[in-house]
Design a protein around this ligand. Sequence first.
Ligand SMILES: Nc1nc2c(ncn2[C@@H]2O[C@H](COP(=O)(O)OP(=O)(O)O)[C@@H](O)[C@H]2O)c(=O)[nH]1
Ligand SMILES: [Mg+2]
Length: 636
Amino acid sequence: MSGETFYGLREMVLPGPSQTTGYRSVLVIGTTGAGKSTLIRQLMGTGGGDGFPATSASKTTVAETEILLAPGAYYAVATFMPLVEVRSYLEENVINAALGIFDDRPAPEVRIRLLDHVDQRFRLRYLLGEGGMAEAADPDDLPSQLRGNTEAILTQIHTLLEEAVTTELSGMLDTGDANADTVEEELHVLLKDRLVANSTIVEIIEFLAAEIKARVELLCPTDVVTSRDGWPLYWRCQREDRGEFLAELRRFGGNDAADFGTLLTPLINGLRVRGPFHPRWAREIPYIMVIDREGLGHTPDSVSSLPSSTTRMLDEVDTIIIVDNAQQPMQAAPVAAMRQIAAAGHGDKLILCFSHFEMVHGPNLPDLNARRGHVIASVDQVLSAIGNELGWATERLLRQRLDRNLYLLSRLNSDLGDAGDADTVAELRWLLGQLRVEGEPLDLGSSRPIYSEAKLAHAVDDAIASYLRFWELRLGVATDPAIKPAHWSKIKSLCVRYARRSNDEYESMRPAGDLLAALTDAVRSFAAQPDRWSEGLPDEDTEQQIYDALTRSVSTDLRRLVNDRLFLDASELWAEARDVAGPNSAERRADMVYRKILEPLVGPGAAIGLAEYSSFSEAVAFHIRSQGTELGVSFL
Ligand SMILES: Nc1nc2c(ncn2[C@@H]2O[C@H](COP(=O)(O)OP(=O)(O)O)[C@@H](O)[C@H]2O)c(=O)[nH]1
Ligand SMILES: [Mg+2]
């Protein structure tokens, strides 16, 4: 997957802790706006003026950011999104703007659509600026000149888009593809398909891609390594001066409106930073590598599974911190993440940090204890629910874990120096201490569980069946009031990504991620129900740790299996689905995704291209058995 390639590139240019022993790696996840980047600032000791990592109330952190706190000089490497991916974002922005013109949206809105991707992933305005009333271009100041250019470009594009829409509309009427009775939704689909192929649109996209490349060259004349076709691959730097270093980083990870027109942030898909950072309230450098990722979704339908890039990280890191806003604690997304972490056998890596604790107040919360109790009660409920689903043993281990690893943090966004919040500083000190001691090897004893092979097959089949049912509904191939079908345009965007193998998810749609989550849950429940034990039942903690070890050990295999099946090997099928055109194309496409991709590839029956296995479910069961056998587990 492209994400892993870029990880490799960063690893090569600036090696992470795997090659620098003694560091603990810490993954920070949570809903957008929860305070992840703010917490990381505290651990790094970077204040408001430093601007790194960028924080905001809206979506900011998109690129994966890894920060290694280590003595020595300051180093950074930033990898650029590949050209194909940039093109597909540009295409979506441009087409969306053109459809805005078709819908008679006012010009400023069309401009917003051009400059901001619908799901806020590709914010062209960061790079190009907003045009508009920008100051008269100062011939000696590069950013000012660039902003001046942007205005001219945007005006020109608007005119060209109007022409393209008019041409395609009359084309549709001429060919009889559309007439006065065609419904609005259908018109949109037809027009969108035609616009993708429209030569003016194609030229606009190429022009923007060239403009982006030119701006990277202007803004970063040195330190950028490009590929053979001139597209930037990565930027790297080494600095001695902290201030100078942080100022440079802002160009790659910043989101300050004052810098719009000069920010490369939307082009960056990963940033790794290394430097002797430490909080003012800690005497030493914390010796950790902190990983900041894109926030978890907010909407209930976006939380059914974690993005596959995050699941991979869960296996690799030493500690997972979920950051959550104490004002509305434990909403759908953090709960789903916690559940999936527990299900994957990583409960013993979990730390919960609540931000905004100073804002938790109310007439029913007279003192600190009541306020603490209020937040903890929300966690308590979630743990009971997890226990109901994944078993009491899992719940118990999580409870023990969180007794010691739950932090309530106030005013994280302020300077916690001398006059700062003493409680929060104390909590953060504990947290740092905790991060450093984690991860002693476990003694699992000698007794091992013995499982029924038939039960394993059942568990896997059931998981796949409910996965397929969910996607049948999600695609609108079947209906059920409980699950809202995805919008046709999103299904199309998903197909585009899978066809190009550029990304295995689109917004909340994760065919691969959902399958992995379903299988992981199934393994989890299965693992906790052995038929018997080789040398008798061990104590509860060891029992739970053995289940965890089994689920953890299969997760890499499962991820690879799912990724190969639905993402890597199926790209031609996804391309076929993407290219479905003509009347009812939206419905036919959804139908095809279900009947020609998901159902045959993972469902029972036809085992297309699975070598020695007779079905996908058999392949899954095989991998679980072989990993189990390595742990000394047996299957009868
Ligand atoms: N009042 C208050 N604001 C906070 C606290 N923690 C974070 N914030 C603010 O919440 C917003 C979102 O934080 P950010 O770190 O960007 O969230 P992220 O999306 O999880 O990275 C920012 O404006 C922060 O300044 C806190 O403990 N108290
Ligand atoms: Mg952030």
